[in-house]
Every structure is written in structure tokens, then in C-alpha cells.
Design a protein around this ligand. Structure first.
Ligand code: AGP
Length: 609
């Protein structure tokens, strides 16, 4: 939920920290701060607002330093304010920290530390950490960190420096991510690799219970007891260029347009037109285990939950197994029942969503296997699952998920096909035909993207509306849910999605000229039923926009506007019907002047509960 960064090296530290914070800002952006060490003194600057506000402040009153820490915040404890912004100093001003996570026992610690004479200046949970460091500091920041985290309960990705221990940054991880960058004479810690890539592609991912100690000679790693840890250095293939907007006004629009490539990259090497087979050995789950699978449970949050719902329809239709889809935040607290023949699939683009990680841990030893679908290599969810199928979407900077949603549907479709293949539920001809049609989807997505201007012109007519209804049935109902979420989260317009069949059970009472409906109506098994829903809405002066197939001649006289998409097999239509809804939400939000890439109150990765 927050972004932390630290740098030691020959470069001027303030620009490095600021650039890193900009690349982390999608994780939280209600306040930001920096701490640098200058001639033995710790200098801190914090602002309520975005990194740009911090940059403006530093331009007016520069700070100099040779190493330091930075933080961009998504407030959990303590309202967004300069005082509550990180970094936080101890009473002496000789120690400073930045933190991502939640300290669950902070109130008890705060009372105890106050009783021991510590003065607190903020409302945050984080401040207890720096006072614990102060309590235990006897000249070794590393030892003080170990003692401090021994008293903490909760989740923390924390980094600290001490004025009396020059050129050293100490970090500790329990929950939220910490990545260490190993450059040429320069070393970084960060919440995300994209703040490191501008300096080095060589990274180490800290695991829970581990610490990193950085100085000008390098980085070493230990566990929380001080036992040295040998860590694997990974070379990240993403280029810094992939982080840039490449001429698009917003990252979100760029990522919507990247979707055809993302589908191709996620399919690459995993299915063959020659053999008509799906190759998913990489997931690391033996075929014998998959042959035993009699049920699947997909667990996720937000957009990933919607992708999971699409996966449900695909797995039921292709692999012939029953599938439940669960909100992770609900599943983890239920007295859920799983059996040894159930495959649990957790879906999370960030691989760090706290509720999804908790659900994974709860289910782990009570099912056949847990398979993670994630976009983040070496993420907590990737590491703790039994098997992993990575989506190859590249970094998604826009807080609103788009290309990772499509990538997740691609991965879930591959899993459905793989289960069908392993359990011999589909004959070879049917599997080959599906694979052939799947290969054509990116091209069809490109055709839709080529019509973006028509969607933009239509969206312009709805900029001032306050409510929207999204309808879909069968495999497109999850797409209606996703379309409503997109509109909500980036334009702040209230939007609801319903299965078309539910309209007559209440929602139709909402229909009037102020409540437009966006209906997803491809020519599939529920087409006629959707036409009936549309007629019921039109009969009540409702305005209806239809997302329909190019060659559908009937729809145009039934609705007020049509966004046409190429036809494809019904089970693959979500890949095509989702794109206009993403564009529709994007253009309305952009025309409303909303902060499309960093919508208010949101964060890209919800690593707290
Ligand atoms: C979607 O646009 C939102 N950013 C949010 O619902 C997101 O999908 C959800 O928080 C799950 O994130 P994850 O995929 O990283 O687990």
C-alpha cells in the first residue's frame, strides 16, 4: 500500500529517490517524504500530497546528501498529513525509518515506549518502530533492527538508517515486498523492481523473516536471528522503457493498447497449433495430481476475482469440472470445506494482496494443490503456492487493472484447456479448433482498439452522468462486473453490474433516462434473453448501449448505440467485450479530468487487510 525506497551509491541521492518514488507512486500517493544524510546529519522533508509536491518543495529548498530513504504513502493509521508522512525520526533525530505494512500491536508498544520516556509526534503505527530502534540502538543498526522487529506483530517492509552509522541502510521484511538492487557500486532497496530498473537489472527478492544490510561495498542478507542467508541474484528482463508511457496520455491507456501483445506473450510456448496441445508443465503440478482433480476453487479480489469468474465458465465448459469462485476476503474467514481432489487457484497480478495471500495459506494443506496465477515473479503468492502460472503482461503501472485482467483470463483459459487435455475431456479436434480460435484473439483485439475513437466519441456523451448499469449474462456477466468496476474506480461514477436475468428481480426499478445501461450482447446462447432485457429497459425510457458482434444485423434497431466487436467463439468473447468497456471507462474518466493512473483512495497492491 505504500512505496519505500533506499539508495547508497555515487549518484546524487535526492534525484534518485524522487525518481524512484514516482515509479512507486501507484502504490499510494496521499503523502511523501525523503530522508538524506548530509555531513553526519539526517535531513528530512515530507509533504501532504504527491511526489510532485515533494519535488517542488525540494526545488525551493534543496537537500543535499550522499545516501537516503524515500516513502510514498497510502494512509492506514493516521490521516494523510505532513506530520504522519514518512520518514519518521526517533527522539534524538539520529535514526530514521520508512515502512510499508501495519503494526498490529502498535498501541501497546506506543504506551510502553511512552512510559519509557519516548515522545511521539504522529498518529501512525509506524512511529513505534523508530522508537524501538532508539531503545535498542547501541551502535549497531542491524542489531537494533533485530531487537525492534522482535517486538512487532503485523506486516512490515521497513528500512532504516542511523546518522551515527554512515553509509548503511538496514531493511527487514515480513509481509509486504522488499527488492534489493545490486548495481555497479550502487545499492538500493525498494517495494518494487520498477524503482530499481533504472539503475540495475540485478535484483534479490527478500523473503519473510529476512533482512538486508546495504553499504557502499554491497549488500548482505541474514534472517531475523542474524544467521547469514545466501540469496539468488535474479536478472530482470523488463526494460525501463516498458515503464514509460510511450506517447500515451496515461499508463492505463497504454496498457489497454498493450493487451493484444500481452495475450500473445502469455500464450507463447504454452499451446501448439502443430500438435493441438497445451504445454503447462511449468506450473509444477504433476499430471497425476491434475487427473485426480474433481473440483476447482478460484480465490481472488477485485478485478482478479472477475477474471476468476470468467475462468469458472471456461473450466466448466471445457474441462467439465465444477468451479467455485470466492472473494479472498470472505473465504479466509469462512469455515470453508475443501477436499483432497480440489484444485485451489489464487489469482493476483501483484502477488502481494494480503487477503489473497491469507486465503492461500488457509487453503494450502487442505486441497490437492494451490496454483497461483500472478504477474509478479518471486512475489509472496508465487513463492508460497505449490505451482505458478505467470502472466506475461509486463509491469502494469495504472492502478486500474486492464492488461493484467486480460492476461489472467488467458492464463485461466490455458489452465481450463490443460485440465481438459489431462483429463481427456476434449477430443483432439475440439482442442485444436479452440487453440486456433484463441490464436486469433489478439488480432481481433487490435481491430477493436482501432475503433477507440468511436468509443471515445460515445463516452463523451456520458461524462456528466452519475449512475450506470452494466448487464451481461453467462460468460459475459463477469465482464459486466469488470466494466462497472473500471468506471467506478477511475471516474468515480456509481456503476453496478447485474446478470441480465436479475433485472426483473429489482434493478429494473432503477431504470430511467438518468440511468443508462451498457449491455453486453454477443450472439451466444443467451442472446435472445439479453434482447428481452433490452426491450424491458427501452420500454421504460432507459438508454441502452450494446457491445455486440460486428455482423449482428438485429441489434441496431433495438438499442441507442452499438460498440461493435469482431465475432469469436462464445467462450472467447470476454477477451473482446472487455476492451470497449475499459476504453469507455477510460475516456469518461479522462474527460472528467480524473487522475486516471492514480485514482483517489486506491492503491495498486492492497498489501494490508
Ligand atoms: C482493479 O482495477 C483494482 N486495482 C483492484 O480491484 C485489484 O484488482 C485488486 O486489488 C486485486 O489485486 P491483485 O490482482 O494484485 O491481487
Amino acid at each position: 500500500m505504500c512505496g519505500i525506497i533506499g539508495y547508497i551509491g555515487p549518484k546524487s541521492v535526492v534525484p534518485v529517490i524522487l525518481d524512484g518514488l514516482k515509479r512507486l507512486e501507484y502504490r499510494g500517493y496521499d503523502s511523501a517524504g525523503i530522508a538524506v544524510v548530509d555531513r553526519g546529519e539526517i535531513r528530512v522533508r515530507r509533504v501532504k500530497g504527491k511526489v510532485k509536491d515533494l519535488e517542488d518543495s525540494l526545488r525551493e529548498e534543496p537537500l543535499q546528501g550522499t545516501y537516503g530513504l524515500g516513502h510514498t504513502r497510502w494512509a492506514t493509521h493516521g490521516r494523510p498529513s505532513e506530520e504522519n508522512a514518512h520518514p519518521h525520526k526517533d527522539c534524538s533525530g539520529r535514526l530514521v525509518i520508512v515502512h510499508n505494512g501495519i503494526i498490529e500491536n502498535y498501541l501497546a508498544l506506543k504506551q510502553k515506549l511512552r512510559a519509557e520516556g519516548h515522545t511521539f509526534k504522529t498518529e501512525t503505527d509506524t512511529e513505534v518502530i523508530v522508537h524501538l530502534l532508539e531503545k535498542y540502538y547501541r551502535g549497531s543498526l542491524e542489531e537494533a533492527m533485530r531487537a525492534a522487529i522482535g517486538e512487532i506483530e503485523g506486516a512490515f517492509a521497513v528500512a532504516a538508517l542511523a546518522a551515527d552509522e554512515p553509509d548503511r541502510i538496514v531493511a527487514a521484511k515480513q509481509g509486504p515486498p522488499i527488492v534489493v538492487g545490486l548495481g555497479d557500486g550502487e545499492f538500493l532497496i525498494s517495494s518494487d523492481i520498477n524503482a530499481i530498473l533504472a539503475h540495475t537489472p540485478n535484483v534479490v527478492f527478500l523473503e519473510d523473516g529476512e533482512m538486508a544490510i546495504l553499504d557502499r561495498s554491497g549488500a548482505r542478507f541474514t534472517d531475523f536471528h542474524g544467521v547469514p542467508k545466501a540469496k539468488t541474484v535474479e536478472r530482470v528482463s523488463w526494460s525501463p522503457l516498458m515503464m514509460e508511457k510511450r506517447g500515451f496520455k496515461h499508463f492505463m491507456l497504454k496498457e489497454i493498447f498493450e493487451q493484444p501483445e500481452v495475450v500473445r506473450d502469455t500464450l507463447l510456448g504454452r499451446m501448439s497449433l502443430d500438435t493441438g496441445r497445451v504445454m503447462l508443465d511449468e506450473i509444477g503440478i504433476p499430471e497425476a495430481t491434475l487427473r485426480r482433480v474433481r473440483k476447482a476453487v478460484i480465490i481472488a479480489c477485485g478485478t482478479s476475482y472477475h477474471a476468476g469468474l470468467v475462468g469458472k465458465y471456461l473450466m466448466e465448459s471445457l474441462a467439465g469440472i465444477p468451479v467455485d469462485v470466492e472473494y479472498a476476503s470472505e473465504f479466509r474467514y469462512r469455515d470453508f470445506i475443501l477436499d483432497p481432489d480440489t484444485l485451489v487457484i489464487v489469482v493476483s497480478q501483484s502477488g502481494e494482496t494480503a487477503d489473497t495471500l491469507a486465503a492461500l495459506r488457509a487453503a494450502k494443506d487442505r486441497c490437492a494443490a494451490v496454483l497461483a496465477v500472478t504477474n509478479a515473479r518471486s512475489s509472496s503468492i508465487a513463492r508460497e503456492a505449490y505451482g505458478v502460472l505467470y502472466t506475461n503482461a509486463g509491469p502494469e503501472i495504472g492502478v486500474a487493472a486492464t492488461k493484467t485482467f486480460t492476461a489472467q483470463m488467458t492464463a485461466l483459459a490455458l489452465i481450463a484447456l490443460y485440465l481438459a487435455q489431462v483429463q481427456e475431456r476434449m477430443d483432439h479436434a475440439a482442442l485444436l479448433e479452440f487453440i486456433q480460435e484463441f490464436q486469433r484473439i489478439p488480432y481481433k483485439m487490435e481491430k477493436i482498439l482501432g475503433r477507440a475513437k468511436a468509443v471515445e466519441d460515445l463516452a463523451a456523451r456520458f461524462v456528466s452522468f452519475s449512475h450506470f448499469l452494466f448487464l451481461g449474462r453467462w460468460v459475459n456477466f463477469p465482464v459486466a462486473l469488470e466494466g462497472a468496476l473500471k468506471l467506478k474506480e477511475i471516474s468515480y461514477i456509481h456503476a453496478e453490474a447485474y446478470p441480465g436475468g436479475e433485472m426483473k428481480h429489482g434493478p429494473i426499478a432503477l431504470i430511467d433516462e438518468k440511468m443508462p445501461t451498457l449491455a453486453i450482447v454477443p450472439e451466444d446462447r443467451v442472446y435472445d434473453k439479453m434482447l428481452s432485457n433490452i426491450s424491458e429497459i427501452k420500454a421504460r425510457n432507459g438508454y441502452v448501449i450494446a457491445v455486440a458482434s460486428d455482423d449482428d444485423a438485429r441489434i441496431r434497431e433495438r438499442v441507442d448505440a452499438v460498440i461493435a466487436v469482431p465475432a469469436a467463439p462464445p467462450l472467447l468473447m470476454p477477451f473482446l467485450t472487455a476492451v470497449p468497456l475499459q476504453l469507455f471507462a477510460y475516456y469518461i474518466a479522462a474527460k472528467r479530468g480524473a487522475d486516471v493512473d492514480q485514482p483517489r483512495n486506491l492503491a495498486k497492491s492492497v498489501t494490508v487487510e
